[in-house]
Every structure is written in C-alpha cells, then in structure tokens.
Design a protein around this ligand. Structure first.
Ligand code: HEM
Ligand SMILES: *[C@@H]1O[C@H](CO)[C@@H](O)[C@H](O)[C@H]1NC(C)=O
Ligand SMILES: *[C@@H]1O[C@H](CO)[C@@H](O)[C@H](O)[C@H]1NC(C)=O
Length: 330
C-alpha cells in the first residue's frame, strides 16, 4: 500500500485539479452538447443537408468550404453567415465568398426548423459545423463526432479576409505560414487541402494559370498540358461570364476521396496553392502518402476538421445564439 503524507496528498490533488482545469479550457466544446436541450439537432441538420444534396449535389461542397471560411476568419462563430449592413460590408460579400460561397439557404432552413422545436438554443456556428461533417459523410468521407457549444459572434468584416483566408495563388511557404498562425502543422495543412476533392471552381479563380501566368502572357508550365487544354475549352480567354465553373478533381468531383492528391501528382492540381504542395520535399511526400493510402487520409481529414472546428470559438456566455443566422440579435 502506498503511503502519502497529507501535504503530499494535497499537492497531488492540486496538480490533478490543474490538469483537469487545463483540459476543460482546451476542449471547451462537447460532443452531445445539445443532448438535453435540443436532442434532435443533428438529425434535423442532417435531414436538411440531405434534402439539399438531392436537389443539387454540389451544395455540400459549399457547406464544407463554409465551415473553413467561418473558422479561419474570427474563429468558428458564424460570422460568414451575417449579411452586410448599410454601414459595414460583411465577410460573405468579400471577393473570397461572393459569388463563390454557396449553401447559405441550407443553414437558414435548418435554423428555421430548430427555432420551431427548441427556440434560442442552437447556434448558427454549430449548425455550420454539423452540416460540414454531414457533407463529408454524404459524399463518402469518414464521419466524425462534432464537439458543439459554439456561440455566435456579432461582427463580420470583409476587411478581415486578407491575412486570414489563403488566396489560390499562395505558394507552399505562404500556406504553411498562414495555417501555422491558426495552430496547424504543415502536414495538417496538406491534409485539409484535400477538401478540394469535391466541388467546383469559377474560371476566374485560376484563369491566370491558363493565359497569363505571373504576368508572362503564357500558360503555367507546371500545369499538365492536356489538362490545361481542357480547362481552356471550359474557360475561354476573355469570356465575360463570371459564372463559368469547372469541377475540382474531375474524375470524382462529388466523392470525398483521395483523388485530389492523385491529381496533384499528375500536375493536375487546379490552383497554384494545390500544385505548390509538390515543390517542397515534406509536403510532396505527404501528397504521395495520401494518394497511396486513402483510408489514412480520410481519418486524418476528419481529425483535422474537428481541430479546425475549435478555432477561437466563443463559449459559455460569450456572444449569443442568433435567432436568424443572417443578422445579429437586436
Ligand atoms: C489551402 C488553402 C486553400 C485555398 C487557397 C483555397 C482556395 C479555394 C478556391 C479559390 C476555391 C474556388 C472558389 C470558386 O472560384 O468557386 C475553393 C473551393 C473549395 N474549397 Fe478551398 N481553398 C483552400 C483550402 C480549403 C480547405 C481547408 C477546405 C475544406 C476543408 C476547402 C474546401 C473547398 C471546397 C469544398 C471548395 C469547392 C466549393 C464549391 O464547390 O462550392 N478549401 N477553394
Ligand atoms: C513564396 O512567395 C513569397 C512571396 O511572394 C516569396 O517571398 C517566397 O520566396 C516564395 N517561396 C517559395 C518557396 O517559392
Ligand atoms: C498579364 O499580366 C500583366 C501583369 O499583371 C499585365 O500587365 C498584362 O496586361 C496581362 N496581360 C493580359 C493579356 O491580360
């Protein structure tokens, strides 16, 4: 039997208390947060995501991206959902989100149903987090439990996009730096970039690579010429239609698989920010690993999404539970 003096015992308990306290600070969110207050929440969100997917399956790519854009700007606080006001341009109206970000109506529909069954309980930020997970699952990715309890912020500024969201022209060091600022390793950055396994892109997001790479008036020499030729057909030079889009990961644009990494290895990454992962030995190695070992990537992706979902969250009595995801409470 171990014997301890009362003093030693007090010390052990103090250490234990400090450890437990620190843990609770680090994971302020909880799986099953709404168990007693809105037990149907995840069911209702999944139903709305499924309904939207059946109508137009690309919308779930928008929902996955929405969680990323919410979390990287001011933390996962639903700021991406707020509409601009006469005195302030919101995130959703910045060049990074307008016109490309989609799926807002899915969040609105889920919110309306949740307000009807448990008024004032579920945050918009949590709805986005659940919807992103459902989107991954519905497209064949690995599901995961979503820690919840986020609260909604009251500020959204288009001016906060630059410096927080990476543009598609970023190189590997710029990407690494930006993700490091958010607490991610370089490997997690490569893992999360795999989000580009589903969805679409507007021609305007990469046409510089087809027609005027680095202002040279030439095609990006690192782009597979056959893929470039295909993209040029879909995105004719000088076409004024800003709505033109192409699929990401064209061999399986609606399946959350490791096809993104296979594309990159074939010099068929759509953006400079995709291709650039081949230009650094460590990231190139991870691209190869992920392409070869899709099951491992699926698991890493889920874990990285959970981590992303905890970025600078508001909890407890901070922020508010918005009644309407597009406007702050009066
Ligand atoms: C690594 C840095 C990243 C850059 C530079 C980047 C940039 C972009 C750009 C330019 C688009 C195309 C928008 C358009 O023109 O329609 C896009 C789409 C998309 N991104 Fe990213 N992204 C990055 C990381 C991520 C992450 C971490 C995720 C999610 C985990 C993600 C998920 C998506 C999805 C799903 C789409 C398709 C959206 C749709 O079909 O509506 N991206 N991204
Ligand atoms: C990435 O871009 C930055 C800014 O243009 C530049 O300073 C840096 O040298 C580039 N890094 C690599 C690895 O190309
Ligand atoms: C290509 O880019 C350069 C530098 O940004 C610009 O001066 C030039 O006008 C562009 N050319 C075309 C054809 O858009």
């Amino acid at each position: 039997m171990i014997k301890m003096s009362p003093r030693k015992l007090t010390r052990v308990f103090t250490i234990l208390a400090v450890v437990l306290f620190c843990q609770s600070v680090h994971s302020q969110l909880q799986i099953g947060f709404y168990r007693d207050t809105c037990s149907l929440v995840e069911f209702i969100v999944k139903e709305e995501v499924t309904k939207a997917f059946i109508k137009e399956n690309g919308v779930v790519a928008g929902l996955m991206r929405m969680h990323f854009h919410d979390c990287f700007v001011r933390g996962c606080d639903g700021s991406v959902l707020l509409d601009s006001t006469p005195s302030s341009t919101a995130e959703k109206d910045s060049f990074a989100n307008n016109p490309s970000l989609r799926g807002y109506e899915v969040i609105d529909n889920a919110k309306a149903r949740l307000e009807a069954v448990c008024k004032g309980v579920v945050s918009c930020a949590d709805i986005v987090a659940f919807a992103a997970r459902d989107s991954i699952e519905i497209t064949g990715g690995l599901g995961y439990d979503v820690p919840a309890g986020r609260r909604d912020g009251r500020t959204s500024l288009a001016s906060e996009i630059i410096g927080n969201l990476p543009p598609p022209t970023f190189n590997v060091s710029q990407l690494t730096q930006m993700f490091a600022k958010k607490g991610f390793t370089q490997e997690e950055m490569v893992t999360l970039s795999g989000g580009h396994t589903i969805g679409r892109s507007h021609c305007t997001s990469f046409s510089n690579r087809l027609y005027n790479f680095s202002g040279t008036g030439m095609q990006d020499p690192s782009l597979d010429p056959r893929y470039a030729a295909m993209l040029k057909q879909q995105c004719p030079q000088g076409n004024k239609d800003t709505n033109l889009v192409v699929p990401m990961n064209p061999s399986s644009p609606s399946i959350t698989d490791a096809g993104y990494y296979v594309d990159i290895l074939a010099n068929r990454g759509l953006f400079t920010s995709d291709h650039t992962l081949l230009t650094n030995p460590a990231t190139a190695n991870q691209v190869t690993q992920n392409a070869r070992n899709p099951m491992q990537w699926r698991a890493k992706f889920g874990a990285a999404m959970v981590k992303m979902g905890q970025l600078e969250v508001l909890t407890g009595t901070a922020g508010e539970i918005r009644a309407n995801c597009r406007v702050i409470n009066g």
